[in-house]
Ligand binder design. Structure first.
Ligand code: AMP
Ligand code: ZN
Length: 492
């Protein structure tokens, strides 16, 4: 079974198979580790996970490379503001990102590559671009890509560049849609900013060059698939193509997959709009990791998904239904033999499920036959008509379903516990939903943290918060005694 996937480059649905007949070589633009990821970011990584898992399910090995952007304008700005090095600044966010992937059961790529560890590869590429006249250096020492050196510029995003001003430049990493310009490959060192001493001068890379350098380093000059969120199509991916193909004269990536945005109230979920939730925000509100995974992957990647809390509640119910059924199937006692109708239903459900995924990863259409099968099988169990042979057949279908959806094994409590431990350590216990705390039971550490937070609130004359903490603790049977030596607490 071959995956048919929409290809931004050709504008149509193309078959996707490894060009070398062995493994599918794919590159996914990874996170910029300047903050915690929001669930819009994770929607993109989850959809790429669906792709990867479906390929594996159909017997196609993948060689999946993802970059970690650990140097860019925002990182430099934030690290400087905090008075620490960019490594010190990014390390905890990179760790958090990997933990969040695990929480959401997103499989790790075969290869992850940090930008700061590939500076030499980027410099080599810029040198090659300079040799063919496609890169030039400005007086202050920065290097730019000469857009006029690549006449095919715009072929991915189908942009009309006729009004483009020759030689106009842009040096910020992210820029607006209508400003196709010569873009920065290398930025000359600025006082106080992190920089590298290299044969092309002292400075640091622009954002776009890292993906060209690292994808070609690990996947070769031409590979099967390149993916990312839809915002990256222009200018980022367009720039990657220009930088790479100018040097190699080969098709950089044959296939391009772009994940539509996660929206909130019809607007893009993003840090700059301020309308975002991180994964951790949602876990602390009491939502389960499996609900978030299910909600974010159930809408196919080419459809915009509007985030709502009702959507999470629906996803919770859907996961619950599947888990209850899987449990019933595993623990029930069934007579020997099989039931023709159920055998046929299981076969059809699996075929429809696989077809839907092969058809441009239509996760919504893939889910439907599974739930239909669950309904039919539940009815059969109620009537005593399900046999052990049917159980085995249905379990095989569930196994294939879970190879992609991965929601049946319940690790939600662990994920929530990890999030609470983080909140405690990060001083964010005030964001935890009270009923979640009640459900978890209060550990001594949690109580200590809340008591400390109350003391601080009082010092800051935030008596409302201080009283709120006292009351919440009281409700859970913890009484506080203020004394001149500080606050003591005890459980009632
Ligand atoms: P960043 O960390 O900002 O570089 O983004 C990491 C990935 O998340 C990129 O592939 C982005 O395109 C993607 N992304 C950012 N915002 C959203 C969103 N609201 N919905 C889906 N994907 C997004
Ligand atoms: Zn990239």
């Amino acid at each position: 079974m071959t995956l048919r996937l929409f290809n931004t480059l050709t504008g149509k649905v193309d078959e996707l198979a490894p060009a070398d007949g062995k493994a599918l070589r794919m590159y996914a633009c990874g996170p910029t580790v300047y903050d915690y990821g929001h669930i819009g970011n994770f929607r993109t990584f989850l959809e790429i996970d669906v792709l990867r898992r479906f390929l594996l399910l159909t017997g196609v090995p993948v060689q999946h490379v993802m970059n970690i952007t650990d140097v860019d304008d925002k990182i430099i700005r934030n690290a400087a503001a905090a008075g620490i090095s960019i490594q010190e600044y990014t390390a905890p966010f990179e760790k958090a990102f990997l933990e969040d992937l695990d929480t959401l059961k997103v499989q790790h790529p075969e290869q992850m590559a940090r930008a700061t560890e590939h500076i030499d590869k980027m410099v080599e590429l810029i040198q090659k671009l300079a040799e063919v006249g496609a890169a030039y250096q400005t007086e202050e020492g920065s290097w730019y890509f000469r857009l006029s050196a690549f006449p095919e510029y715009g072929k991915l995003s189908k942009k009309d560049l006729s009004g483009m001003e020759d030689g106009a430049r842009v040096d910020v990493d992210e820029y607006e849609k209508d400003s196709a310009r010569d873009f920065a490959l290398w930025k000359a060192a600025k006082p106080g900013e992190m920089s590298w001493d290299t044969p092309i001068g002292r400075g640091r890379p622009g954002w776009h060059i890292e993906c060209s350098a690292m994808s070609m380093e690990y996947l070769g000059p031409s590979f099967d698939l390149h993916t990312g969120g839809e915002d990256l199509m222009f200018p980022h991916h367009e720039n990657e193509i220009a930088q790479s193909e100018t040097v190699t004269h080969q098709t950089f990536a044959r296939h391009w997959m772009h994940v539509r945005f996660l929206l909130v109230d019809g607007r893009k979920m993003s840090k700059s709009e301020g309308n975002f939730y991180t994964l951790r925000d949602l876990l602390l509100k009491g939502y389960k990791a499996s609900s978030i995974r299910m909600a974010l992957i159930s809408v196919p990647y080419r459809h915009q998904l509007n985030f709502t809390f009702e959507g999470l509640v629906d996803a919770t119910a859907a996961v619950e239904r599947l888990r209850t059924f899987a449990d019933r199937l595993a623990t029930g006692k069934f007579d020997e033999g099989s039931n023709d109708e159920l055998q046929a239903a299981a076969k059809k459900a699996r075929a429809d499920y696989m077809d839907a995924l092969a058809n441009d990863l239509n996760t919504a259409d893939a889910r439907a036959p599974i739930f239909e099968l669950v309904r039919a099988a539940n009815t059969a169990i109620d009537k005593g008509e399900l046999r052990s042979g049917d159980r085995d057949a249905i379990q095989l279908v569930l196994k294939d379903f879970d190879a992609v959806f991965d929601v049946l094994v319940d690790t939600d409590a662990e994920a929530t516990k990890r999030a609470l431990a983080w909140a405690e350590q990060a001083g964010r216990m005030n964001e935890v939903a009270p009923d979640l705390l009640a459900r978890q039971g209060l550990s001594d550490e949690t109580i200590d943290a809340l008591v400390a937070e109350r003391t601080q609130a009082k010092q800051q004359r935030n008596f409302a918060r201080a009283d709120q903490i006292r009351n919440e603790l009281a409700e859970k049977g913890v009484v506080l005694e203020d004394s001149k030596d500080g606050v003591r607490w005890k459980r009632k």
